[in-house]
Design a protein around this ligand. Structure first.
Ligand SMILES: N[C@@H](CCC(=O)N[C@@H](CS)C(=O)NCC(=O)O)C(=O)O
Length: 421
């Protein structure tokens, strides 16, 4: 299936999730940009010439149509399955209500959420009266949704619509960072609703598991003012600084994007220099036949003091439904493994049939343990990682067929897969 187009922007971002979830519901494929650098790629002259607001996400269709604004993009994707798209409502009344909730989420709820949470994350200055007002507004809008959901499963009608996709995505940050258990009790209906939404396979494939807030994010203590010192006779010239990539103030999931920057050096960089350079392997794998050429190269060069092999299996295969969604789930997991890209290589495959499939594969990682760059990924816990002895002939045959996406050693027929490199 040719992708419908490309969704440009950071992949770990609630606004970016909307169109991808819609695409999953409808069996459509959308290309993403996992290497996108926020604050850099959306500020280039070329980007600004096309999208003067310099915001993300934007969408470019295969035939040159482009669109901004996450909910508009999601709506456009929803309409691609025809005017009777199941996500767009069954009657004019339902379509009207869908727009009502999308606009409520964007114009009422989101500014209140941002005004409440962003100052706590230091994305905005914390000005007490403004913050209090935002908190009150947020409580008001969460209360509206909570009351409305007392006897509803979905926001509009009896089926899930794009209103649910947009609202649930916009709620992610509040549920992850702000609404503690006691708050969730207060917004019981809304919490039930949110949990139901994010448990849908089409959501899970994009966002993984959402961990609900344990303790509300606290504002950073203000930096202590430096004591005024006598001015030196001559003021030193300020150094010109290069612009740095930065998480945007209103980036709905910027805390996740900012996380890698907080860990300056990996422990893995302190290991003795390996005999095999992972990038050489990745290049060789990309440019040659997997069997026999690339695999022969690997067995010849593999350094078992510097790297280890791991078999990776999804723990919840019985929850998987359509195979294309399983494959999207793998893409989502790989997006969240971004920090490990320098230290790992692997293939995860979707094996089997619709409604009876599994995720299975092998990884090579730097070092002899699964590194924190992998274990820190939000949905790491959804997979079993077991050490693999590549010298054992059966395991070696499995690794070869896994990296080639075909062959008799695969436990089931390969439908599709993803390479992490
Ligand atoms: N209404 C827009 C808002 C887009 C938006 O504000 N995106 C943020 C990231 S989540 C952004 O691009 N910020 C960068 C900036 O404002 O320069 C949408 O839903 O797509």
């Amino acid at each position: 299936m040719a992708p419908l187009g490309k969704l440009i922007g950071p992949t770990i971002n609630a606004r970016n999730y909307k169109a991808r979830i819609v695409a999953n519901f409808l069996g459509l494929d959308i290309e993403t940009t996992p290497e996108f650098q926020m604050g850099v790629d959306n500020k280039t002259p070329e980007y600004l010439a096309k999208y003067p607001a310099g915001k993300v996400p934007v969408f470019e269709s295969a035939d040159g149509f482009s669109l901004t604004d996450s909910s508009a993009i999601a709506y456009y994707v929803a309409s691609k399955s025809g005017s009777d798209s199941p996500l767009l409502g069954q009657t004019p009344e339902e379509t009207g209500e869908i727009l009502q909730f999308i606009l409520f989420a964007e114009a009422d709820y989101s500014p209140a959420m941002a005004g409440t949470i962003y100052p706590l994350l230091d994305y905005m200055p914390l000005i007490k009266p403004a913050h209090q007002q935002a908190e009150q507004q947020l409580a008001r809008f969460l209360g509206v949704l909570n009351a409305l959901l007392v006897d509803r499963t979905f926001l509009v009608g009896e089926r899930l619509t794009i209103a649910d996709v947009v609202v649930a995505c916009d709620l992610i940050m509040a549920f992850k960072l702000y609404l503690e258990e006691a708050d969730r009790k207060q917004y019981r209906n809304l919490t039930r609703y949110f949990k139901t939404m994010v448990a849908q396979p089409a959501f899970k494939a994009v966002i993984g598991n959402v961990e609900l807030c344990k303790e509300r994010v606290k504002p950073k203590a203000p930096a202590k003012k430096e004591k005024k010192e006598k001015k030196p006779a001559q003021e030193p010239k300020p150094k010109a600084e290069k612009p740095k990539p930065k998480p945007a103030a209103d980036d709905a999931d910027a805390e996740e994007e900012a996380a890698p920057a907080a860990k300056p050096k990996s422990k893995l960089d302190l290991l003795p220099k390996p005999k095999m350079i992972l990038d050489d392997w990745k290049r060789f794998y990309s440019n040659n036949n997997t069997k026999p050429d690339a695999m022969n190269w690997l067995w010849e060069h593999f350094d078992d003091e510097g790297y280890s092999f791991w078999k990776v299996e999804y723990k919840y295969n019985d929850e998987l439904t359509q195979r294309f969604m399983t494959n999207n789930l793998i893409s989502g997991f790989f997006n969240r493994l971004e920090r490990a890209r320098k230290y790992a290589f692997g293939n995860l495959l979707t094996l089997g049939e619709d409604n009876d499939n599994m995720i299975w594969g092998y990884f090579i990682v730097r070092g002899l343990e699964v590194p924190e760059e992998v274990t820190d990924a939000a949905d790491y816990e959804s997979f079993d990682w077991s050490p693999a002895d590549y010298k054992d002939p059966k395991t070696r045959a499995e690794i070869e067929d896994c990296f080639a996406w075909e062959g008799p050693a695969l436990p089931r027929e390969c439908y599709d897969g993803k390479t992490f490199k």
